[in-house]
Write a protein that binds this ligand. Sequence first.
Ligand code: ATP
Ligand code: MG
Ligand code: MG
Ligand code: MG
Length: 577
Amino acid sequence: MITRMSSLFLRTLREDPADAEVPSHKLLVRAGYVRRVAPGGYSWLPLGLRVLRNVERVVREEMDAIGAQEIHFPALLPREPYEATDRWTEYGPNLFRLKDRKGADYLLGPTHEELFALTVKGEYSSYKDYPVTLYQVQTKYRDEARPRAGILRGREFVMKDSYSFDLTDEGLAESYRRHREAYIRIFDRLGLEYVIVSATSGAMGGSASEEFLAVTPTGEDTFVRSTESDYAANVEAVATPAPAEQDVEGKPAAQVHHTPGTPTIESLVDFLGAAGLGRSFTAADTLKNVLVKLAHPGQPEPELLAIGVPGDREVDFKRLEAAVAPAEVSMLDEADFARNPFLVKGYIGPGALQANGVRYLVDPRVVRGTAWVTGADKADHHVVDLVQGRDFTPDGVIDVAEVREGDPSPDGRGVLVAARGIEIGHIFQLGRKYADAFGLDALGPDGKPVRVTMGSYGVGVSRLVAVIAEQSHDERGLIWPRNVAPADVHVVVAGKDEALLAGGEKVAGELSSAGLRVLLDDRKASPGVKFADAELIGVPTILVVGRGLANGLVEVKDRRSGERVEVPVDEAVRHLL
Ligand code: ATP
Ligand code: MG
Ligand code: MG
Ligand code: MG
């Protein structure tokens, strides 16, 4: 296929758009890929639409490869299903709500769990029907507070969302694993640098959830990763560093970890007061997982140590042991547990214990007294390495330090470095929350109903176009990886005379016949303008038809490395294949 720039619907810009801050936004607008229509709303022009379609193709191929079946829902949805799951209200101001002419409530879908659950309920009834995985590539709507950075955070954007339906927890784990691998293949094929961080979620039913973050300095998420292992974790530092004079020798600074989905448990605050421990935490603070009450020799107040991570991730035993060593771990009495339903006694024995539907791993070698297992009193967060007197005071305010670069990695390999990332994918084991809301059951072999368990998995398809641009550009313009580029080769006719133009047409024709997608700059513009546009547009290979043509030579330039070679014109095709 040949696309001639003389007639292509494209105008490049020399100046960065005034509202653009991040490179992908500037370049995608300047190179004529997208145009802004409203805050968080962009139109796709021909070159941009090609890249978007290429990303979609990669996503579809990998979804199809794991046996997911594509369907398509409307974006305009009735209120009722979202009412049934409470999301009509829970979603808050991010949800676009509207009314039809009869006054009935509608919304523009921000994500489609409800519809998929209802649809499977409508079609399937027997255990023999399962498992099944469905997906769509859909326009989503979210009234984002700060639509920024162009198509990185739109209010209308394209998402691939898929949903798995299984009858057993093992089945769900398998569906999750397959998606995880499909996502790795997708992001590898797109040539992205990314990390997979745990985002384990108590509120979603106590199972695994991970985010895929593309590494870029402009990202909104902060994470830490080890210099020597695969360890990576999403981190949100929400408070100022602890004052140095209150530091406790040998103890690492307390850290706030961001763990989406952590339930809010305000009653913990009251409980701590009632248990005589002072109002150590306020509802605005963070606390989670395993609480150990420690009495240090010579210290009047017992200390609360919060440790652990929810879900299937392991407690950091080394760190805990170091922290516990100088202290006596004291027991709470039965009444303490009776008074508060969120405290669970269950640390004895190796392995996991269950609390409020969340699985925690506790090592009895370390927890030598009573462990309290709690939730958090701030949604989505938990704290590790708390030290009383340093990180919090009996009357309330937690004052914690950021996760610091240079801290040892929790897996003991390497040290932590902080970096920023953009969420490109998110996989969740939802469990039975939506099946419960809609009574989604399969009739089992014994005639008894079995409740279905779900996973949900999202990829930010339109966001990926910007993320690739964010990771792959230079000061002159975009640099597309071949499999998403709007063309395979950009033929620049560097001059206005007829012989050059004819030469360009001929080479372009041959490349096209060989199956390459060709962008041919056959415009009357000067070579300087054409070269600048070619660099800006970012097709991975630029083929220049210029003065050398008289001697039967064309120049092939690699956009990324800048390397140039002269090749005989009749070998150009072979050179590029
Ligand atoms: P974020 O943390 O960036 O707000 P999210 O966690 O709200 O994303 P999910 O609900 O997990 O997003 O949706 C799945 C995927 O959709 C995300 O991983 C992201 O790639 C993409 N996505 C979410 N919101 C937007 C948006 N406003 N514009 C473009 N892509 C988005
Ligand atoms: Mg969001
Ligand atoms: Mg997110
Ligand atoms: Mg997410």
